[in-house]
Ligand binder design. Structure first.
Ligand code: FAD
Ligand code: ZN
Length: 465
């Protein structure tokens, strides 16, 4: 091990590695602090060639490598195990924007670029890179692609998978796979890049990507609507998609209890209503120069349905940003509130209301004192369906009740044709569910691909599969 560590240090050079406990500490804890690993070394290569050399050196000794981006993932996929033998590989120093082609609406970036930097670079040439999520100030595009991240604009632009034209990946034997094309049409053989998107560092290390850009949608109208029940939100979505066509950029549902946590933990956070309502919907719609379109569509919807209780439409950018700050602060507020059961599930949009009604009844039957913390991307059929339990979070009783409730939730999701992992991935914490819900031919093929691409199991071993 000492020889390998010396070799890795010499590949990345001075300033390219960290090994002291204090320097490593932030890289060993997952975002919620619930999984902590150990590692002798973090390497930070500066180029694809250096990544390839690092992987070749590790492959020669069969040493495991854990790729890490911004370490904001929510499934403990980016932290090493507790053996103290896995090498952490961070692409943080590979953070160049290699090229922006505004005519082709594309952009070449290195994997360590922070998402917000990519959004800003696109905007500087009047283009939009639409991936947007609460962690955008620290997550990296390599991590976003490795998790096939979703976020708030999926309803219009799709998940990370839909935003990639080309990819550069270093394979488990150090081979560089250069698929950095910037084509919208390319039917030459299998689409290999898609294999690595969403593979959470288990099939290859993403070093660069060609991203798809979009026309800047221009001004956006933002509204926060209060509704009586979640079914009204689902109906509103259908109505607005009919009247505003594809101009809905985001459509988020948040329960009152969740926004109260934001008000409790986030400084100066305050809902813009005098009274509380059961549910809220936050909407962004490209207004196409007609700022009143969203307003009149909402009025029409309210007239036809008494479940719409109140609405606030942002008068300017600052007000819109304030509404979005409430939404983007949810994960931080939940973290401060303490441990809860987390479920990141999706069902077909048309079955969302059934899921919410049946899910709540199921949980309260199992644990009458449980508190549901529900929010998410209704337009994508994706809910963060979290549950706070009235038990000591470190107790065996919590773990046992949690397992029973999670199994019941995931069984219901499966019955409704949904997924136990909508946008956060599988990582370490949901591996058992992949076995349970994607068994048979599907998981057999996943295993065969893993064996083919990483026969010595050195890329993020123990994660996903
Ligand atoms: P990391 O956490 O560092 O890594 C995630 C996984 O990708 C790990 O398995 C890691 O090994 C692998 N990986 C990282 N880089 C590479 C690489 N270059 N090559 C190969 N594998 C790699 N997620 C959503 O989808 N939607 C949301 O709305 C959302 N909101 C969030 C809000 C907050 C406040 C937080 C903290 C997280 C949120 N997340 C959300 C989760 C998280 O931000 C995403 O999963 C993000 O894509 C992870 O990026 P990262 O750079 O932090 O990756
Ligand atoms: Zn989300």
């Amino acid at each position: 091990m000492t020889t390998l560590i010396d070799e890795l240090k010499s590949i990345v050079g001075t300033g390219g590695w960290k090994s002291s406990p204090a320097d490593l500490e932030p890289h060993l804890n997952e975002w919620r602090g619930q999984v902590v690993g150990k590692s002798p070394l973090l390497v930070m290569p500066r180029s694809t060639e250096e990544v390839a050399k690092v992987i070749r050196a590790c492959a020669s000794t069969g040493t495991a490598i854990v790729p890490q981006g911004g370490n904001t993932g929510l499934c403990a996929g980016a932290v090493p195990d507790s053996s103290g033998e896995q090498i952490l590989l961070s692409l943080t120093r590979m953070n160049r924007i290699r090229d922006i082609d505004s005519v082709n609406f594309s952009m070449e970036v290195e994997a360590g670029c922070v998402l917000a930097k990519i959004q800003d670079a696109a905007q500087s040439v009047d283009r939009l890179f639409p991936l947007s999520l609460g962690a955008e100030g620290s997550c990296q595009i390599g991590g976003n692609l490795a998790t096939n991240a979703g976020g708030v604009n999926v309803i219009r632009y799709g998940t990370a998978r839909a935003l990639v034209l080309g990819l550069e990946v270093v394979l488990a034997d150090g081979t560089v796979l250069d698929c950095m094309r910037s084509l919208r049409k390319d039917t030459a053989g299998y689409d290999l890049k898609q294999l690595f998107i969403g593979s959470e560092g288990t099939l290859g290390v993403i070093t660069a990507a060609t991203l798809r850009l979009f026309p800047d949608p221009g001004l956006t109208s933002t509204a926060l609507i209060a509704v009586q029940h979640s079914g009204a939100a689902v109906r509103l979505l259908a109505q607005l998609r009919t009247s505003l066509s594809d101009r809905i950029e985001a459509f988020e549902l948040v329960s009152d209890r969740v926004f109260r946590l934001v008000e409790k933990h986030i400084p100066d956070a305050c809902l813009p209503f005098d009274e509380g309502y059961p549910w809220y919907v936050l909407i962004d719609a490209a207004n196409g120069g007609d700022a009143t379109a969203l307003e009149s569509s909402l009025l029409a919807a309210a007239e036809s349905d008494s479940s719409f209780l109140d609405a606030v439409i942002a008068k300017n950018q600052a007000e819109a940003q304030e509404l979005w700050r409430l939404r983007h602060s949810i994960a931080e507020a939940e973290r401060q509130e303490g441990k809860a059961l987390k479920h990141d599930v999706s069902v077909p949009v048309g079955r969302m209301e059934e899921f919410l009604v049946r899910g709540e009844a199921l949980i309260l039957e199992l644990e009458p004192e449980a508190k549901l913390l529900v929010f998410g991307h209704v337009g994508d059929g994706n809910l963060h369906y979290n549950v706070a339990l009235p038990l000591d979070p470190e107790s065996e009783a919590w773990a046992a009740a949690g397992a029973t409730i999670s199994n019941a939730v995931y069984d219901l999701v499966a019955e409704l044709g949904g997924s136990f992992s909508a946008e956060h991935g599988v990582g370490l914490v949901k591996k058992a569910y992949l076995e349970r819900y994607r068994g048979g031919a599907e998981i057999d093929l996943m295993r065969a691909l893993k064996n083919l691409l990483d026969p010595r199991n050195i890329l993020n071993p123990g994660k996903v599969i």
